[in-house]
Design a protein around this ligand. Structure first.
Ligand SMILES: Cc1cc2nc3c(=O)[nH]c(=O)nc-3n(C[C@H](O)[C@H](O)[C@H](O)COP(=O)(O)OP(=O)(O)OC[C@H]3O[C@@H](n4cnc5c(N)ncnc54)[C@H](O)[C@@H]3O)c2cc1C
Length: 459
């Protein structure tokens, strides 16, 4: 019940003037609906937006729904790693790992149903500065450290000509020895290289997450919750079905997969990552409108690598939950599992990830071990007992982390991207969120809610 309430609340948020029930009733009873013909609705992608759209449409009991998923699993950019030898907590996330804030966050409402979550807002940070680990509390006398934090905060209020986040850093003379703090803070939120991301748009989008509380699970994980919450539509998912062509000439939409099998739908919802559309991995006939292509050019999606370390003994100050490593591995979130091991997790994005992409997982882990040994002594290096490295840009149906706007971008790009074509092809997925919630789970859910109302209204 709770989830239904939160979903309705969420759609109502997107469409304040009209209730969802009114829209759905008016469209479903509309004289244009041919009740003798059950409408076939295809959904491409079984990430959160595809599953949510199927879940909503299924409530009407009047559609044949099929979700075509290229990979062999559901979840898309929500993927948990459950290996009890690695961690007894069962809560390691390879993709999305936190819910940002509680307000208007349908994902928060869902995870809260399955497990009371930890409020992760009390972060005890430590920084590797000048080759020494220092707790944040010990840095209040460090002028450079105070300056970088103040510049980060001032960027949240930036209102002048659009510049890249990096340009803002340069313009404000962030001191060299603390530049990594600024870069890490920014990239952790925007998911792209700071020299590519628009500061004005980041302020409206990803950077808002830096001001929210971050909610994590403790004894279960996002994939598990996804499977439970969307159990009613999992039978609709056809995995290992890579959509290669979409033809929308005439009354129906024809979708061809990698084996040449063609499926026909009355309506099609496309939820694939923007990287897939930008790379032309799906051929549209007719081609996508030029306005959509131009909008896509202004939206980026960079490489990303999730690095997870299992560490036996801590070598950081007591109670630290966030460690700014100063090296390529960036910022580690630290958690203790029920067996007493520490699980360190970082996400490297953009140019740093591109640089690391041609190295093997083992090499990356070995380099971090060597860094820790050099900085903190042999005991620190030896305390790393296991590692897992995931290259998100190597995933052929994801190809990166999440979308951001380039310098000069505007919310119109996302509006344009989200526009339906010929009342037959509809676009959802995080990159189409024009409410400032792109790059998030709850933002992707909002786009599913929007697209559902669009499909219903089109019948
Ligand atoms: C490393 C990482 C960390 C993140 N951290 C957070 C976080 O902490 N909190 C948060 O809220 N968000 C986070 N995000 C963002 C969040 O995960 C995404 O915004 C959200 O999951 C996207 O959902 P989606 O449905 O739009 O797309 P996806 O989950 O990408 O789903 C799209 C699906 O389409 C499939 N597909 C692609 N091509 C084809 C094709 N040709 N045919 C058929 N299927 C195809 C894909 O396999 C995929 O399953 C993170 C993302 C990443 C990668």
């Amino acid at each position: 019940m709770n989830s239904r309430r939160s979903f309705i609340k969420n759609i109502a948020f997107a469409l304040p003037a009209i209730s969802l029930a009114e829209i759905l009733l008016s469209t479903s009873c509309s004289k244009s609906v041919d009740h003798s013909h059950i409408k076939r609705i295809g959904i491409i992608g079984a990430g959160i937006s595809g599953l949510q759209a199927a879940y909503l449409l299924k409530q009407y009991n009047k559609f044949e729904i099929e979700i075509l998923e290229a990979s062999d699993v559901i979840g898309g950019r929500i993927q948990s790693f459950t290996n009890s030898n690695f961690s007894s907590n069962n809560n390691i996330e390879l993709g999305a790992q936190v819910a940002y804030g509680q307000q208007n966050n349908a994902w928060y409402d869902i995870i809260r149903k399955y497990q009371p979550v930890n409020l992760d807002s009390k972060k005890e940070k430590a920084y590797v500065i000048d080759e020494t680990i220092k707790a944040e509390s010990a840095l209040s006398g460090d002028a450079d450290f105070m300056k970088v934090n103040s510049i980060f905060n001032s960027s949240l209020n930036y209102a002048s000509n659009d510049v890249s986040i990096e340009q803002f850093m340069v313009n404000n003379n962030v001191p060299e020895r603390v530049k990594f703090i600024y870069r890490n803070n920014m990239e952790a939120n925007v998911g792209g290289s700071i020299d590519r991301v628009s500061l004005l748009m980041a302020k409206e989008e990803g950077l808002k997450n830096s001001q929210e509380s971050h909610y994590r699970l403790t004894t279960t994980n996002f994939s598990d919750i996804l499977t439970k919450e969307y159990s009613s539509v999992l039978t609709k998912v056809k995995t290992n079905t890579v959509v290669r062509e979409i033809e929308y000439v005439g009354d129906v939409v024809r979708v061809k997969d990698q084996n040449g099998v063609t499926r026909t739908y009355d309506k099609l919802i496309v939820t694939v990552p923007i990287s897939i559309l930008k790379d032309g991995d799906i051929k549209f006939t007719p081609a996508l409108p030029s306005a959509k292509k131009e909008a896509m050019d202004m939206i980026g999606m960079d490489a990303g690598i999730r690095i997870i370390l299992k560490v036996k003994n801590k070598f950081w100050p007591d109670d630290t939950t966030v460690l700014y490593s100063g090296g390529d591995a960036g910022v580690f979130n630290i958690e203790k599992d029920s067996n007493g091991a520490y699980i360190l997790s970082s996400l490297v994005v953009g140019k740093t990830a591109e640089k690391m992409n041609n190295r093997s997982a083992t090499n990356i882990a070995n380099d971090i071990q060597a860094d820790f040994t050099a900085l903190f002594g042999a005991a620190a290096g030896q305390s790393i007992v296991d590692s897992k490295v995931v290259f998100w840009s190597d995933m052929p149906y994801i190809k990166g982390t999440y979308s951001y706007q380039k310098v000069g971008g505007s919310m119109n790009n996302r509006v344009e991207l989200s526009k339906a074509i010929n009342n037959k092809i509809f676009f959802a997925g995080e990159a189409t969120n024009a409410n400032g919630k792109s790059g998030s789970i709850h933002g992707a859910m909002e786009t599913a809610n929007r697209v559902t109302t669009e499909v219903l209204a089109s019948l």
